[in-house]
Design a protein around this ligand. Structure first.
Ligand SMILES: Cc1cc2nc3c(=O)[nH]c(=O)nc-3n(C[C@H](O)[C@H](O)[C@H](O)COP(=O)(O)OP(=O)(O)OC[C@H]3O[C@@H](n4cnc5c(N)ncnc54)[C@H](O)[C@@H]3O)c2cc1C
Length: 230
């Protein structure tokens, strides 16, 4: 696999107050699978370099890749990418990376996606691929966020909810029309196991908590795939 490629920022879109969609143009991008990520490398004028991983938010689309970056307070790289990297500026990317946390529409069987916060990013690539395909495998997205202001891809998820089962689970502040009170994910939030392939992504604590719930609910360990953001 080739090493680092130059990636030019072409567009930045707000998802939340601190979450951004960044679209880059990468010449001769080889394509990728839903769930894969890239390493992003920044190089300062004095030669200092920093590398962080970011998931690909959309299925492969020629030379265009889409990332979703949550600005972590005090973080070295994410606030810069989220708010300061100028449009038309270049970074370097390496990838696509990762072969385990991957779903393709050819895979049979029900799909259960469980996201915590910005962990929605790689699951969005899977959901978008699922909706664009002829797959009729049942698909459920459970999306845990602190409150309504922290929902990424809100309009797109509202539209996708016409074709797939999407539930927003609020942990701190639930809107009046929420079907459940605010609180962390519990076993009551999980759909029946039914042989689903499960993908869980978010902060480490969230991923560990949800994985334990899935195992307790009878999901097969080899059908639970996880990605931890930090
Ligand atoms: C495979 C993979 C895919 C990833 N995909 C994404 C993605 O799509 N979008 C995204 O926003 N991030 C993603 N991350 C996390 C990302 O790589 C960085 O860790 C994150 O952006 C923080 O980097 P930073 O330089 O700003 O913070 P740092 O300077 O590295 O860390 C600053 C402080 O923040 C803490 N911290 C680090 N990461 C997080 C976090 N995610 N949440 C809360 N606190 C944190 C650190 O422990 C440290 O105390 C992914 C990580 C991995 C391993």
């Amino acid at each position: 696999m080739p090493g680092w490629r130059r990636a030019r920022l072409t567009e930045r879109t707000d998802q939340t107050a601190t979450g951004r969609t960044l679209t880059f143009e990468v010449a001769r991008w080889p394509g990728h699978l839903p769930g894969q990520h890239v390493d992003v490398r920044l190089t300062a004028a004095d030669g200092y370099q920093a590398v962080r991983s970011y998931s690909l938010a959309a299925p492969a689309d020629t030379d265009r890749i889409e990332l979703g970056v949550q600005a972590v307070p005090g973080g070295e790289v994410s606030p810069y990418l989220a708010d300061d990297l100028p449009v038309d500026a270049e970074v370097e990317v390496k990838g696509p990376l990762g072969g385990w946390f991957v779903w393709t529409p050819e895979e049979p069987g029900p799909l259960l996606l469980i996201a915590g916060g910005s962990g929605i990013v790689p699951l969005m690539a899977m959901l978008r691929a699922r909706l664009a395909s002829a797959s009729d495998a049942p698909c459920t997205l459970l999306y845990s966020v602190r409150g309504p202001d922290e929902v990424w891809y809100a309009t797109e998820l509202d539209s996708a909810a016409q074709h797939t089962h999407i539930r927003r689970l609020y942990t701190r502040l639930a809107p009046a029309d929420s079907e459940r009170p605010a609180g962390r994910v519990t076993k009551l939030d999980l759909p029946p196991a039914e042989g689903s392939r499960c993908y869980v992504c978010g902060p480490t604590g969230f991923v560990e908590h949800v994985s334990a719930l899935l195992l307790g609910a009878g999901h097969a360990p080899d059908q639970i795939r996880t990605e931890r953001f930090g």
